[in-house]
Structure formats: C-alpha cells, structure tokens
Design a protein around this ligand. Structure first.
Ligand SMILES: O=P(O)(O)OC[C@H]1O[C@H](OP(=O)(O)OP(=O)(O)O)[C@H](O)[C@@H]1O
Ligand SMILES: NC(=O)CC[C@H](N)C(=O)O
Ligand SMILES: [Mg+2]
Length: 538
C-alpha cells in the first residue's frame, strides 16, 4: 500500500511543501520504504525531493524550503512492483509532453503487455522496474497523441479514459501538469482509495485550497472540509480557476479492498463513506459471536482478552466488552518501531516483532488468554507473540483474527504475491494453530467481515476480498499468472541471496521484479533528469 497526496493552494505566493510533508506523515502507515514530494513553482518549474526512508528522515527544513511553489504532489511508498531502489521512489517525472509528475497507489497486473506496447508502439523508455513509471508513461503517451501546443481538461479526460482501457489492476493516482494543475483518478473498480477536500483560502474572500489524499485523516488535520471520495473510474482536474470531474471509464463493479478496513487505513479515516474505526468495532462485535460459539463447543474458558498493538485494539476492546471479559494491554508496543508487516524481508519482519512488542508477565501468567489480532498473514507476528505469551507463563493461548484465513495472493497493492508464504495457505484451522503454536485459532467468517463494513454504506455492493477467496475482480489473474508471479519471487529471492545481498536491504525486495524485468536505473540517481532536486538522492 502506498499513500498519495496532492495540494493546490489558491494563493500562488504560499509554498505548499511543508503542508504536503505534514500530510505525508499522516499517511506514513501506508508506506515506510521511501517518500517524495514534487512542487511546481514559478515559470512552471518542478522542484523535487525524494529518497528511501521515512518522512521524518527524508525531509528537513532545508529540503522543504527549496521546494518552491503553491501546488505539489507527494507519496509514501510500500513497494509491490520493481524493487525498493531509490530510483523507484515516487513521484515520477517525465518532461514530455508538458512536464508531468505522477504518484500511484496500487499495482498493475498487465505490466508485461503494457511494457511491450511502450517499447514497440509508443517508443517510450521505461527506466526502472516500477509499474508506476509505466502507468505515468501510458498517461503521457495518451496526452502526446493530442498533438497540441496547449491542452485542456477535455484532452486530459480523454487521456485518462484511454489509460483506463489499457491498464488493468488497481490504481489510485495523483498527477501534476507543469503550470496547469493537479489531477486525481481511481481505477474503474475503485480498489484503492483516494478522496478530495477543500477549504477557504487564507486571506481570500472566495478563493479555495484543494487537497487530494489517500485517506480523509489528512483533510481533518489540515482543516479541509467537504471530503468526498473520487468515484471509481473518475478523474478530477483542479486548476487555479476550476474543478472539473468526470467518470471516464466504462462501468465496472465497485469493489474497494476490504483489507483497507481490516489493517491498512488509519482508524480515524473514513473511506468510501465508512468509518474505519466503526467498521473495526463492528468486526470485534461479530468476532465475539464466533469466539463464543467455538469456545462453548470446545468447552474452553478464557480469563482475559489481549490485543496485538496497534491495529487490533479497537476490535479487541469491543470483543472483550461483548463477551464480558477483562481487556488488558498485555503487549506493550515500542512506539519507535513502525509497522512490521510492511517491512521488507521476512528476517527483518521477524526481528522487529520482538523489538516492537513486549509481553507483561503479570497479565499472562497462569491465565487462558485470548489474543486478538486484525489478521494473520504470514503468521510472523502470531508465532512470535504466542511464544512470548507462553514464555511469561500463559496457560492456554487462543488467537482470534478479525479477518478470515488469508489463503491467496494479493495483486492489487499489498506485497503478498506468493501463496506459499501465507500461513493459512493449504492449511485448515488446526494446522494453522499448530504452525503458529496456538492452542486454538478462531477466524472471523467472510460474511461477518463484509457486513461489519458494509452496514455503514450499503451502496457498496461488493468488496475486493481476493486474499480470502482467490477471486479477482479485474479478471486477468489466473493460475498461470499467479504461478509466474510466485516463480519470479522465488527466483529473485534466490538471486538476491546468491549475490550476497542481505534480506531487506535496498537492493533486494523478494520477487518484486514481476514482468517489468530487472533493468536497473540508467543513471543511478534521479538528479540527472533535469528537476530541481533539493536533496541528493541516497
Ligand atoms: O501475520 P503477519 O504476517 O505477521 O501479519 C499480520 C500482522 O501484521 C500487522 O501488524 P503491523 O505490525 O504491521 O502493524 P500494526 O502495528 O498497525 O498492527 C497486522 O496488524 C498483524 O498484526
Ligand atoms: N503499494 C503500492 O501502492 C505500490 C505502488 C507501486 N506498485 C510500487 O511498487 O511502487
Ligand atoms: Mg499488527
């Protein structure tokens, strides 16, 4: 998952960079590997700063002060395609036509054919293995076809409509055209979120500032109101004089990814009209019923409910209240360690669960504990914390998951391409419990998960639940595709090790070279591309 952001301030004399940076820090939970900002300043010039690292590490006041201009876009990255090389940090830039910068959340599934089209027909060079660079070049190629000296909104809608015909997969995107404005669009199934808000501009009676962001939390924090989701298949173009929006895609089923509500999004965000917080409370309520049923059936009693910080807290509290059981924060989280699931490499993830969570013996000793987590994916977290709970004297450890068993690859922006790394793949519940060392594991049912979210917006008729069902709403993901994906991941893991590259290092992201090939960046660092870099790329 990545976070995207676009900002256009009404007053051209105010710089947007500091506020974009603030916004990106509110989206940090969506991507910890790399981040970047590009602004557009006087004479339509772009100024960029992007690098590997967290927002607080990449941007300091010097970097921000050299990002001139009252409009800009930003990105936090969690790679799913290509590698984690800094050359794939976003936003991406192309100088032709018009000067475009671009940032993407999601993942394309037809990169191989798009790459061939770029090479054989469009004759555009793709310099990295990132699917986002490819997406940008499809957009640029479509704009180029207008052949115009200056373009207008109609041309942009046509270009994005064309892109939506060509590109398959998940994409929520923001773009900026030099001296023109900012643009957001969302794939026809609306798999990934992006919304927009506005506020009264400082010192102006009628002027307004505009924001695009992956999540509404950014709008809340910076005083933007009138939050609205960009609709599936819709493009929104904001210039200093107008806001124009249009659905440019052929109708397709609206299917936002349900995993945003389970894990990815911040609880204080509202996505597609659903409060993430409320949906997690509902997940806890529904899971309580399932836990009660299973515990009664098995004749097991539980003494205490313990959440796995952070994401499961909301659901665990509701579950405990529903079951009238004590709720205890038995695991204390080191606030300086980020999310472990989105860290690169299994070794790093495993090590960081231990660094991040500490079990308080007092809350575990001689008790039957019910540990609640939002999801069990690779089982990295559960395996470690169950051992920790046992080490401090827990009698029985039962694990309850707010999500059903995850048995299938994600191809829409979560880095889970290979089924074999999922602990629930080819395992029933007893085998999962055994694999993670639990006495019992209880999963939410899929209908209960869906109704926990859908009850807050019945207009959402379906969700992308592919990680639970293996059904992919975009089509184009068959056994051959998935096997190839798994093969590529296995090969890359092997070759990374063979080259002596440490797991989790910059040079290796297991298996992310899907379809785009492995051509490295031509120039090593992006400061050769003609932008005004405020920061030397690491
Ligand atoms: O089974 P796994 O592969 O371990 O993945 C699932 C775990 O990873 C996530 O936690 P993470 O530490 O990323 O974030 P959080 O602090 O927001 O819970 C998620 O909340 C689960 O705890
Ligand atoms: N998680 C995402 O949204 C990733 C975006 C893009 N596919 C990349 O790898 O950079
Ligand atoms: Mg967690």
């Amino acid at each position: 998952m990545c976070g995207i952001l676009g900002l256009l301030l009404h007053d051209p004399s105010i710089d947007a960079a500091a506020e974009i940076c603030e916004g990106l820090s509110l989206l940090q939970h969506r991507g910890q590997d790399a981040c970047g900002i590009v602004t557009c300043g006087p004479k339509g010039r772009f100024y960029q700063c992007k690098a590997n690292g967290m927002v607080r590490d990449v941007f300091d006041s010097n970097a921000l002060s050299s990002l001139a201009g009252s409009m800009g876009i930003g990105h936090v990255r969690y790679p799913t395609a290509g590698s984690s090389h800094h050359a794939e940090a976003q936003p991406f830039y192309v100088n032709s036509p018009y000067g475009i910068v671009f940032a993407h959340n999601g993942n394309l599934i037809n990169t191989a054919s798009l790459l061939h089209f770029m090479d054989a027909t469009a004759h555009r060079h793709i310099n990295t293995s990132s699917d986002s660079e490819l997406l940008l070049n499809i957009f640029a190629d479509n704009l180029q076809k207008t052949g115009k000296f200056r373009i207008n909104e109609e041309d942009i809608f046509t270009a994005i409509g064309g892109l939506m015909e060509q590109c398959k997969g998940a994409y929520a995107c923001v773009a900026m055209l030099a001296g023109f404005g900012i643009i957001a669009f969302r794939d026809p199934n609306g798999i990934r979120p992006v919304g927009m808000g506005s506020r009264k501009a400082q010192g102006s009676a009628t002027g307004r500032d505009y924001l695009f962001a992956s999540e509404s939390v950014v709008a809340d924090a910076s005083g933007f109101g009138d939050w609205e989701d960009v609709r599936p298949g819709e493009a929104v173009i904001i210039t200093r004089s107008s806001v124009t929006r249009r659905v440019v895609a052929q109708p397709a089923p609206f299917a936002p990814d349900i995993f945003e509500y389970v894990y990815f999004a911040r609880p204080d965000s509202v996505l597609d009209g659903v409060s993430v917080y409320r949906s997690r409370m509902a997940m806890g309520d529904a899971l309580a019923e399932e836990v009660k049923r299973v515990l009664t059936e098995k004749g097991i009693t539980v003494d205490v409910v313990i959440p796995v910080p952070d994401t499961s807290r909301v659901a665990a509290l509701n579950l405990a209240q529903k079951l009238q059981l004590p709720y205890r924060e038995g695991f204390i989280k080191n606030r300086y360690v980020g999310r472990t699931f989105i860290m690169p490499g299994q070794q790093m993830r495993r090590k960081n669960v231990r660094r991040k969570l500490n079990a308080m013996a007092l809350e575990f000793a001689n008790k039957n504990v019910l540990i609640v987590d939002d999801s069990i994916v690779r089982g990295t977290t559960s395996k470690e914390i169950i051992q920790m709970a046992k080490d401090v004297g827990a009698k029985k450890v039962i694990v309850a998951s707010c999500a059903p068993p995850i048995r299938f690859s994600n191809v829409y922006g979560i880095d889970m391409p290979s089924r074999s790394e999922l602990v629930a793949h080819s395992r029933n519940e007893d085998a999962i419990a055994q694999a993670i060392g639990a006495d019992l594991v209880i999963f939410q049912t899929l209908p209960d998960l869906i109704s926990s979210v859908r009850q807050f917006n019945p207009d959402i008729s379906q969700f992308d639940c592919s990680v639970f069902t293996g059904e992919y709403v975009t089509g184009g993901v068959d056994e051959e595709y998935l096997s190839r994906l798994e093969h590529v991941r296995a090969e890359n893991t092997k070759s990374g090790r063979a080259n002596g590259v440490a797991e989790g290092s910059d040079a290796l992201r297991e298996g992310r070279e899907l379809a785009l090939g492995c051509s490295g960046p031509m120039n090593g660092a992006d400061d050769t591309i003609g932008l005004h870099n405020s920061w030397k790329l690491s």
